[in-house]
Each structure stands twice: as C-alpha cells, then as structure tokens.
Design a protein around this ligand. Structure first.
Ligand code: SAJ
Length: 446
C-alpha cells in the first residue's frame, strides 16, 4: 500500500482529517486555519473545560476532545505543546515526550506527525522518532515525521497566520513531501528545507537573533543614558537605513515563552557539541539583569524625590537604607520599614495588548521590590490576577497612594495623559510617555 500517495490524495481533496495536540497560542490559531481551509480538525486537550470552551465556540470543522484514542481517526497530527526550560535553564521536554508517547500508542499506518514546538536541533530525530518507532511502524513507508516551526506572534494583527511563510522539513523525503502538501493548502508560502535539523535551527536561530539584539539595545541604552542621548531616538533614526538594520528597543527585560527560552535550547545543544556560544550566554545574562536595573532606577527616583521633598518624610529612615542599596547596585538587601515605599506596576503582561504574563519581567521586578521591603500592587486591564494579587482599577485613589508608578508594559488602552496629570513620579520603562512628554518633571526614563 502506498500510504504517502493515499495521504497526499486526501490532502489535495481535503478529506484528510487533522489533529492538533495542544490548543494554546500556537495550536488554537493553527486549528482555526486548518478548519477554515476545509479540513475536519480535532483539537486534543487535557482539560475538559478547555474542550468545552472550544466546542462552545462552534467553529465550523473544528471540535475538541480529551480522548487520545481519537488520534487514530486523524491523518495528520500536529504537536504544538509547550517546550519551556526549568529554573536552571535546562530544556523541559516533558510535555513533548508525553504527547509523542500518546501519539505513538495510537499511531496507525498512513499518518503524518508534525512537530511545531520549538526544540533544539536533533530533537525530532533523536527524541521524537524513537518514541514513534515504538508503534512498530516504519518511518517513510507506514508513517511520516516532519518538523515545521511555529511562527505565531501573539497580538500581531498585521501578519495573519496564513501570511507567515512556513519552514517545512521531513525526517526523510516522503515525510517532507507530505508535510509540504499539507501546509501548501493552508499557508500562502511554504519554505521546504533539507532536514529536520535545519528547520529546528531556523526557529531557534530566529529567536536567538531577537534575544541578542534586544539585549544589545538594553546594554547600549545604558551608555546612551550616561551621555544623555535618547536610545529610542537613536533606534528610530537608525531604522531609516533601508537595509542592514532591524529596530529593537530597550525595555524592562524580555518576557514570553519563546525569546527568553529558546536560546537556552541552543546553548545546551551547542555545549554538547563542544561549542561555547559566549555571545548568546552574555545576552541571556543581560536580559536576566534588566529587571534589577529597573528596580535600581526606581530606588534612585524615590531617593531623589525624597530629597526634593516630593515624598513625605515618613520614608526618611527607609531612603537612607535605599541609598545604601544604591551603593550595592543590584544586590537588594532585606529591608523592614514600617512605612514601606509603595509601587504600582502598570501593565504586567509580557508585551503590550495581550493577556499573557508568562516569563514577564514584571514578575521579576515585583519579586525584587518585595525583597527590598516595598509594597507592590499592579494594574493590567488584560490580566485580572497576577502573582497572587488582583489588578487594581486605575483610580485617582489607587494611583496617588503610591510613591512611584512603573510602566512595565505599555498597553495602548491606558490613559497616559490622565496618569501624568496625577503628578506622581512615573518610571516609564517602555518610553511610552517620554517621547511625547519629556518636559514633565514627574516622568523618568529607564
Ligand atoms: N521586546 C523588547 N524590545 C524589543 C522587542 C521585544 O524588550 O524591541 C520584548 C517584549 O516586550 C517581550 C519580549 O521581548 O517581552 C518578546 O517580544 P516578541 O515581540 O518577540 O514577543 P513574542 O515572543 O510573543 O513573539 C515572538 C515573535 N515575535 C516577533 O517576531 C516580532 C517571534 O519572535 C516568534 O515567532 C514567536 O515569538 C515565537 O513563538 O517564537
């Protein structure tokens, strides 16, 4: 039986059924795109509530199930589970391995398995393939295996998923042919590459490129600050160069489940191959340090404002200690003061206009402030619960009871004019105010 021919026929007449394992920020849009293109699509989830929520949307051609046995019913299985890192930055492949085990238990002749989760080069062939081989089926004859990196950019309304070119590979030629045939039906441009390792490195390299460039601008920003130059103006002007430059801007640190994570997959595998990627390592350190820089800047502002009488003397005792902390730069020391300085974080999602706080620098900033004895609260219109607290409504009362406001994420829905008008010191880590309001004395840059 020529399973590949049969599969490609089912793809071309869209009778092929698609299964998506993991219906998060990658799987859900992919499921909608596959369903929209006319493929019967089933989203495989663990949580019955999530299953119910997807089914309640009644999206044509898209349903959800918690029953892994239904994997037998589909022809193409896309695995879109999270691949985070542990605290020690080592790759955490538990979800991916679990998904592969479930697929392997239900694998039947003629199926194409595609990994979309970001992994280190070599993972598809060395970790996924052996698990699928437990089914007893033969790769390239009875089942097919591909790697095609996801390129979802949450919150990006400019690039719809079907307009984002798709890099596609195969663990062997038949697998690549089948995967190219499928993606060609749902995405405008498919970019076949020669191996799964190539496709895995494309993804990790894309995100490492971003980490290095964001860390670069965060580091050079300190120099620009020292010589009184606005780094955002520098980047905007550099962006007028029509070639060879891609703008990245300073911020409070890099959040999200990709940019701060994927480079550690690269570092780990490079080390296994005896390659020491010092630049990538340094970029990771700079990023991890950024939240400390934000807190350090906040302490400077609070102590300056105390001296200028902008903060009531109740904090006097505390500020002397804060100044001591300044001398220790980024080593916040434990600090008990009955009148703890109060900070309100504005925007805790990892980037503007989304409701995802994963790896958000705001959490790290919060933890450092708390270690220093600050009282921290937050407001984020997209995130009602964060770090065990509720989002406070942005009222004159909640704002003016604080010694400092820190804009950690610049959601476009916040009324910044109104905020500035309340005359509280504002640390604007995203330059959302400074570019227009740099005359106001209560606004401070990073
Ligand atoms: N950030 C900066 N300065 C910048 C750009 C971003 O500090 O100039 C920060 C953001 O605030 C955020 C983090 O870096 O905390 C990541 O930003 P991001 O825009 O890369 O956000 P992600 O991780 O949701 O989206 C990225 C995709 N974004 C873009 O390419 C613009 C892309 O890197 C990947 O397709 C996707 O993650 C992924 O899933 O890998």
């Amino acid at each position: 039986m020529d399973y590949k021919k049969a599969l490609i026929r089912k793809i071309s007449n869209k009778t092929a059924k698609v299964g998506i394992v993991g219906m998060g920020y990658v799987g859900m849009p992919l499921g909608e795109l596959s369903a929209e293109a006319g493929f019967r699509t089933i989203g495989f989830v663990r949580d019955p509530k999530k299953k119910g929520a997807i089914n309640a949307e009644k999206i044509t051609n898209l349903t959800s199930t918690v029953d892994k046995k239904e994997l037998k019913k589909v022809d193409i299985i896309l695995i879109c589970v999270q691949t985070p890192v542990f605290e020690d930055k080592m790759p955490d492949l538990r979800a991916l391995k679990q998904a592969c085990e479930e697929v392997s238990e239900n694998l039947r002749p003629g199926q194409l398995v595609i990994i979309e989760s970001s992994v280190a080069p070599g993972t598809t062939r060395k970790i996924v393939l052996p698990i699928l081989r437990k089914s007893g089926l033969k790769l390239g004859e009875e089942f097919y295996l591909s790697f095609s990196p996801e390129r979802v950019d949450p919150g990006n309304a400019r690039f719809k998923l079907n307009k984002i070119p798709k890099v596609v590979s195969g663990a062997e030629p038949n697998s690549r042919e089948a995967a190219v045939a499928f993606y060609s039906k749902i995405i405008d441009r498919v970019v076949p590459v020669s191996s799964v390792e190539t496709a895995e490195l494309v993804k990790i390299f894309e995100n490492t490129f971003r980490l290095v460039n964001i860390s670069l601008v965060n580091q050079v920003h300190q120099y620009a600050q020292a010589i009184g130059v606005d780094m955002w103006e520098v980047v905007d002007a550099a962006s007028t160069k029509p070639f060879g430059f891609l703008p990245h801007y300073p911020g409070p640190g890099i959040g999200g489940h990709c940019i701060p994570v994927d480079p550690y997959y690269l570092l780990e595998d490079a080390k296994k191959n005896g390659i020491n990627l010092t630049l990538v390592k340094e970029a990771g350190i700079i990023n991890e340090n950024q939240p400390h820089k934000v807190v350090h800047r906040a302490v400077e502002i609070i102590s300056t404002n105390l001296k200028n009488g902008l903060i009531h003397s109740g904090h006097n005792h505390g500020i002397r200690l804060f100044s001591a902390i300044l001398r220790f730069k980024n080593n916040p020391i434990f600090f008990k003061n009955p009148k703890k300085p109060k900070v309100l974080l504005i925007g805790v999602a990892y980037k503007p206009d989304i409701d995802d706080p994963r790896e958000s620098p705001a959490l790290k900033i919060w933890e450092i402030f708390e270690k220093m004895g600050y009282t921290v609260t937050y407001h984020d219109p997209y995130i009602p619960l964060f770090n065990g607290h509720q989002s406070l409504e942005l009222s004159e009362k909640t704002v003016t009871q604080n010694d400092l406001l820190v804009i950690t994420t610049n959601h476009s829905t916040i009324d910044y004019e109104w905020l500035i008008g309340l005359r509280k010191p504002i640390l604007d880590t995203r330059n959302v105010l400074l570019s227009t309001q740099n005359t106001k004395s209560n606004i401070f840059g990073l």
